[in-house]
Design a protein around this ligand. Structure first.
Ligand SMILES: Cc1cc2nc3c(=O)[nH]c(=O)nc-3n(C[C@H](O)[C@H](O)[C@H](O)COP(=O)(O)OP(=O)(O)OC[C@H]3O[C@@H](n4cnc5c(N)ncnc54)[C@H](O)[C@@H]3O)c2cc1C
Length: 389
């Protein structure tokens, strides 16, 4: 888009094109967004199975094809070490020398490092801590049972495959977003798109801070279009426990609020399904099955409140507790005390500095692959105007 406006630009990438999809994902991961939704400006999925979900190598191929389609000026193996303000722009230091630019777009990702709670320090040395960046498949974990902390997209997917590999899997569940894979015969993300929920703008959302902090939905992309909610996991034998509150004397302590967590997630899912149904009624001739409602999340009879990590049956903890961006290289005062970039819809609080690819940056879909296009168009327009000013 910058090229369309004849704006000289360069893309600096510390690794290869689509680095995060090549280096930072586990073996079995597929997109949770369907192929028909995987699109970048001017490039759409053209294969035979629009309802399937890409593997990581397929995503990497898709992004590489996109870069090749317009000969994107990407300098790979070029890590930005620092960005500092200078007169009329920024000085960018990299492992391959220094550059000057008038405008800067931060597209370094929302998920650079795993966000692991400080209580990790209290894990006994006999138990290995693993983050989603280290995890590849169950066979690479130490023998024995696994405690997975966090029940959003990553946590439910990893608990599922660890349990299926024949191990004991305990899943610690805090706040989560429950979604069925399909609703009324269509992918639930089709409903998100068609009903306009994905396109909701950041300046129309009442509690933006909360929307930006929402965990990812409990979804998995499988050829069977399986729903991977907590009922499915407990039916497989995954043990559900409450939020990990502390680790004391080698013992993991879980909060007792499981019933409330489940009720809240069920309520929010049903509200979203109501939104879809309302939209479908208003839209008239939507081709879809009849409205559905799903079994409430089953609460275990007496969920355990503690787990002794020193007994030897739990040998590893997978911290599926989210990710965060890393702005250590950004030597411009635009990052708040919580490590978040200060921006208004991607327009950063510094002259001609922009960001893209962050949660609910300009729309609910902003941090998804298909969300980049609309945001990029808006931000490039802003950038062009500011260069002309
Ligand atoms: C586990 C997981 C599953 C996901 N599943 C989906 C999904 O199913 N569908 C979907 O649409 N989205 C999904 N996402 C979100 C997905 O990451 C984004 O949609 C998309 O990758 C964002 O692209 P991006 O270019 O903004 O960020 P990234 O893909 O993170 O790319 C940022 C790039 O910046 C580079 N970089 C970082 N710091 C520096 C530096 N200092 N110097 C130079 N280069 C640097 C990195 O190497 C990286 O290549 C998922 C994310 C994760 C973590």
């Amino acid at each position: 888009m910058l090229g369309e406006h004849s704006i000289d630009h360069v893309v600096l990438e510390r690794g290869e094109i689509a680095n995060s999809w090549r280096r930072e994902r586990w073996d079995s991961l597929r997109l949770l967004t369907p192929n028909w939704q995987t699109r970048l400006p001017g490039l759409r999925y053209a294969g035979a199975d629009p309802d399937a979900y890409m593997t990581c190598p397929e995503v990497a191929g898709f992004i590489s094809d996109f870069a090749a389609s317009f000969a994107a000026p990407v300098r790979t193996q070029t890590e930005v070490k620092s960005v500092t303000p200078v007169e009329d722009g920024y000085s960018v230091t990299t492992n391959n020398g220094e550059l000057r630019c008038r405008s800067l777009v931060i597209a370094s990702g929302a998920c650079n490092v795993p966000a692991v709670p400080a209580l990790r320090q209290a894990v006994p040395s006999s138990v290995e801590s693993v983050t989603p960046f280290d995890y590849r498949n169950p066979s690479r974990l130490p023998e024995g049972g696994v405690l997975v902390v966090g029940a959003s997209a990553t946590g439910v997917q990893l608990a599922d495959e660890i349990r299926r590999s024949g191990r004991r899997a305990v899943l610690s569940v805090g706040e989560h977003v429950r979604l069925p894979r399909t609703y009324r015969g269509r992918d639930v993300l089709w409903w998100m798109m068609a009903s306009g929920v994905w396109d909701q703008r950041y300046d129309e959302i009442d509690d933006l801070e909360r929307a930006r902090a929402l965990p990812s939905p409990q979804l998995v992309g499988t050829p069977e279009r399986t729903t991977l909610d907590l009922n499915a996991l407990s039916a497989e034998g995954v043990e559900l426990v409450g939020r990990l509150a502390a680790i004391r004397d080698g013992c993991a302590l879980f909060s007792g609020g499981l019933r409330n967590q489940f009720a809240l997630a069920d309520l929010k899912m049903n509200r979203l399904l109501d939104t879809f149904d309302d939209w479908a009624r208003g839209a008239g001739d939507v081709e879809a099955g009849a409205p559905e409602r799903f079994e409430p999340t089953r609460v275990p009879a007496s969920p355990r409140l503690s787990l002794d990590l020193t007994r030897g049956d739990i040998r590893s903890i997978v911290w599926a507790t989210g990710f965060r961006p890393d702005y250590n290289w950004l030597k411009v005062p635009v990052v708040d005390a919580k490590g978040r970039l200060r921006h208004d819809g991607g327009v950063v609080d510094a002259p001609r500095m922009y960001a893209i690819g962050l949660p609910v940056l300009r729309r609910r879909k902003s941090s998804f692959i298909h969300g980049a296009e609309d945001d990029a168009r808006d931000l490039v327009e802003h950038l062009v105007r500011s260069l002309e000013a």
